[in-house]
Design a protein. Sequence first.
Length: 604
Amino acid sequence: MPDWSYHPLKKIALSKMEAKNSRQFIHHSMRTIAAIPGGKHLIEFLGHNRTNPLLKQQVNGTHVNSPIGLSSKLDPQLTGVTAFQELGFSFIEIGPIVVKKPAVQLPPQWHDQHISFSHTEEKVLLKSVLKLVITKNIRIPLFARFDENLSKQELYTCITQLTPYVEGFFLYSDQIAQLDLDIGATLYQIVSVDSAKTIRQVPATVRGFVIDAPITATKDHYSEHSNAFPLLQQAVQELKKSFPDYPIVTRGGVESPSQALCLKEYGTDLIMLSEGYVKTGPGLPKRIHERLLYEKEIHSSSQSWHWSFLFGLAILIGGLIAQYFALTTVILNYDENFIGLTHQQLNLINPQILAFMAHDRMSLAGTMISASILYMSLSYFGIRRQLHWAKVTFHSAAITGFLGILLFIGYGYFDWLHGLFWLLLLPLYALSWRESKTANRSPQSWHDTNDRIWMRGVYGQLLFVMLGFLLLAGGVVISFIGITKVFVSTDISFLCMPVEMLQSISDMLIPVIAHDRAGFGSALISVGILVLCLSLWGFRAGERWLWFTYAFGALPAFLAGIGTHFAIGYTTFIHLLPLYFLVVIYLLGLVVTYPYLMQQPEKN
């Protein structure tokens, strides 16, 4: 669940539900999606959460893909572990683990937009943990935390049975004191922010520290302290000063990339997200990763991008040629030969026929021009910077566009101009594919706060994701109509002729019209993929090029679509309503995202 869907859903529904129910809803939904065939690929498609290898590190012999993990407080019942490993987390804490089920376990509660946990909080049974780690495909490291009230025998039982499956144990000082020196496991001592100042020596079995964020407690519940981060930061400084060679893990206290970066700079090795993850949204790990990469100041030479740009330029030229014919003769000589009638004869029979065909061909031309702008923009601002997501976006849309030619053939009419254009594009695309093969960089971002501009950006991103999805869906629907019944009811009303009468004019007339519809639908699918992937993967503060790509890339398609309908008098409101709706989303998206995409980092 990306931020652009999480925050609207949270505001509308999740925050009004009991915390346990909203948590179960999210965890079960994620787990279900991750479990179905292709579900993990869907999660990756929506979030593009792959971690850059530059963020890999080793802590006490444990290899993690990044320093960001998840606290057990958010998933004590282990309902979402298999999904969380797909959401950018590089390790997960499980616990508090008990051997016997407690008599009372109370779930968390929402309170003033914060989570409150009961003092008799939820715990997980050892047998449930074993079932998970033995039977499930867990690909990231696990760390175990035990309930404070375990007996010495229970503690030994838990450690003995879990040692083969977890990378380390988070234990309280009195628990560590009960263990023998040759326990054979990696132990981390849990400390509070207050005790971090006073610790001067630790048992020989301790290999690191876990600092829990401070809490504010009432009689029945507790929640994270309002000043948790600065207190946690100070504790890290104190502990690092006394034990410079010991790894430090923090739990909670982080709500933004800037706070995670600060903890890393002060010596924190691993950061577990807790309440801040719920408050900020599922995109927090990815945003932290991008901020950490930006801090590394990774600079590399530009990727070759010229063939990809020429591919887009060729589509622009093709769109302009299609536009010229749509504004003049509408149909070409080979169209006339196939139909068996000239355009003058068709005009005499029913002038609405040519007007209708012009509206389809003009819409195709506008869509091609829009696609060309998106392709060229992706080439220069994405592939040139070696961005992996830009390469995937470019080629996904291009391959889909090439496959669209099958729609033309399937209805019995092959457009030779389209075929020639397809053959001319093919070598350009092959060269584009070759030049972009090494584009595998992960995106970076300087933006690291949860300010109002960022939140506006989240809602703006939602609008453009909707726009891309609706364009894609519209292309599928138009293509399907083009290869099946060809016309909708408003088309027949405009033509003032039933299908049977059109068929009687020429047996080949409807196949040509169907070809136009399928071609327009295919082009719209490609544009939908481009807009959708741009919105899912390219949305970051300061990406001014993305705003201009949206602004200018959509104009040709919208102007051609609306202008042509009014030019030929096909203005039926219900027919144009979907187009009007898309334009509203487009304009709102531009307005809402302008401050975020135009924002620039402050100069020191």
